[in-house]
Ligand binder design. Structure first.
Ligand SMILES: Cc1ncc(COP(=O)(O)O)c(C=O)c1O
Length: 406
């Protein structure tokens, strides 16, 4: 029996309605069960209703499947959650409204007053902010090490009871590689949960390591077109279940339309990532032989100090290429201003190429020691490589380097 509020209620039921009532109960459009849309429809509905109170109660008690309120769950989000969990090699996923929201939500859901968190100098700026300021406000202490400091990692994990180790690989912007096996082994021995922001490496990398929780900014490679934001928390179901109530109660929900756009972006995820990686390697090799470039940071280059580790851990090397100009802020901005095919913009991972000159790279809050560990210098430029024709990208970089040093 169709319920009072079901938009699929039979038409004759609506005949008696006044128009002001009718517009709130629009006529049904039935899609036959054997006539499926090839792209799943967007469930742009906040609410879902069952036929009666008993069925609704049964759902809310977890005794029957279905959906009730989209802040908690929604079919369009569920399709994306199931896809991303599988790609990352875990069995559960929870979507939120941005990449940063994943970091805040997981930290707040898992930490309590008096806990300690291990984080890294090379981590994304807002991650460090969350650890140093937001968690600190709630009495959670932290240690900030360089991701290369293996002795420090062992010392902290063995001497200080640590709730979370929050890390990235490759790091931003200079693409240092975390030794994931080393970190997860030492964390696992002491019951510390490892949380890896895997945005740079993508869903197809790192799933085989004993990382407890993967975070992704879906704003980057997943959506791929720079037109939507989102975040994914991916882990074994027991861990997601432990965090779900707290995170849902904070309300960082992803909108169904955003989930639909991200799901659409995922159809070309592998093609884009592969092309972007090939372009990134070609751009790195070009920069490496340029007389005005002192050093190139790309894990796919044999000269990268952690190339062997990157090769062991990853199937490809990402799409961010950074380099140190034989100059400083002035040359960095002149080069960025002269580029035609690279926009000066934040973010990464979309189809188009971007550049961040040294003035706009983060790390303004670093102590002198942290700045030294970050390897960000006055001539550091970050490129996010897109899917354009690589010959165009290289000739654009060549002319911009000429102008920067003219
Ligand atoms: C490694 C990493 N994590 C998280 C984020 C944040 O993602 P969002 O912009 O979707 O909040 C970014 C954004 O640049 C990032 O580079």
């Amino acid at each position: 029996m169709a319920s009072r509020l079901d938009y699929r209620a039979p038409l004759d039921y609506r005949d008696a309605m006044k128009n002001q009532t009718f517009v709130n109960h629009p006529p049904p459009v039935e899609v036959p069960a054997d006539n499926r849309p090839l792209v799943a429809p967007i469930y742009q509905s906040v609410k879902f209703s069952f036929d009666d109170t008993a069925e609704t109660s049964s759902h809310l008690r977890g005794q029957r499947a279905g959906f009730y309120y989209s802040r908690t769950s929604n079919p369009t989000l569920r399709q994306l959650e199931l896809s991303l969990a599988r790609l990352q090699g875990r069995d559960e996923c929870l979507l939120v409204g941005s990449g940063v929201a994943t970091i805040a939500a997981v930290s707040l859901a898992l930490c309590k007053q008096g806990d300690h968190v291990l984080a890294f100098v090379e981590s994304y700026g807002p991650t460090r902010y969350l650890v140093q300021h937001l968690l600190a406000k709630f009495g959670v202490s932290h240690t900030l090490l360089s991701i290369e400091d293996r002795d420090g990692i062992e010392r902290v994990l063995s001497q200080t009871e640590t709730r979370l180790a929050l890390f990235e690989s490759p790091t931003n912007p200079v693409t240092k590689i975390a030794d994931i096996e080393h970190l997860t082994a030492h964390a696992g021995r002491t019951g510390c949960l490892t949380v890896m922001d895997n945005t740079f490496a993508g869903f197809h990398n790192h799933g085989g390591f004993a990382v407890d929780i993967f975070l992704h900014s879906l704003t980057k490679y997943a959506s791929g077109h720079g037109d939507v934001m989102g975040g994914a928390i991916i882990a074994r179901s027991e861990l997601i279940a432990r965090m779900r109530k707290d995170i849902v109660s904070m309300g960082p929900t992803l909108d169904p339309h955003a989930a639909f756009l991200i799901q659409r972006g995922m159809r070309t995820y592998f093609l884009r990532y592969e092309r972007q990686c090939a372009n990134a390697l070609a751009v790195s090799r070009f920069l490496q032989q340029h007389p005005r470039v002192r050093r190139v940071f790309y894990p796919g280059l044999e000269t990268h100090p952690q190339h062997a580790l990157a090769k062991r851990q990853m199937s490809d090397f990402g799409t961010v290429v950074s380099f140190e100009l034989d100059g400083g802020l002035k040359e960095g901005s002149r080069m960025a201003d002269a580029l035609q095919y690279f926009s000066i913009a934040a973010s990464l991972g979309s189809a188009e190429s971007l550049v961040v000159p040294p003035q706009l790279l983060g790390g303004q809050d670093y102590t002198p020691e942290q700045r030294a560990a970050s390897l960000i210098g006055p001539g550091t430029v970050r490129l996010s490589i897109g899917i354009e024709d690589v010959a165009d990208l290289i000739s654009d970089l060549a002319q911009a380097l000429d102008k920067a040093f003219a």
